[in-house]
Write a protein that binds this ligand. Structure first.
Ligand SMILES: [Zn+2]
Length: 74
């Protein structure tokens, strides 16, 4: 399980706990039930070295926003 943050424009930020890699881009606010947007953060990875944290963040984002490859890597 991992903690994911969402930002409700009316009620503010809230957290959900879901299986790693399954967090949707939007989630219903538990208070007003409006659709909210996910906030990308790594709140429990502060002791991880910066290069590894950047790689983990990039891998997480690539699930919904994959990098575009225009040529075969050498
Ligand atoms: Zn709300």
């Amino acid at each position: 399980m991992a903690t994911y943050e969402y930002d409700c424009p009316r009620c503010g930020r809230f957290e959900t706990h879901q299986v790693i890699g399954t967090a949707p881009a939007s989630h219903a606010c538990p208070d007003c039930h409006r659709s909210t947007r996910r906030v990308f953060s790594a709140p429990h990875l502060t002791s991880v070295p910066a290069p590894l944290r950047a790689a983990l963040d990039r891998a997480e984002r690539s699930r919904s926003e994959p990098d575009v490859v225009t040529e075969v890597p050498s």
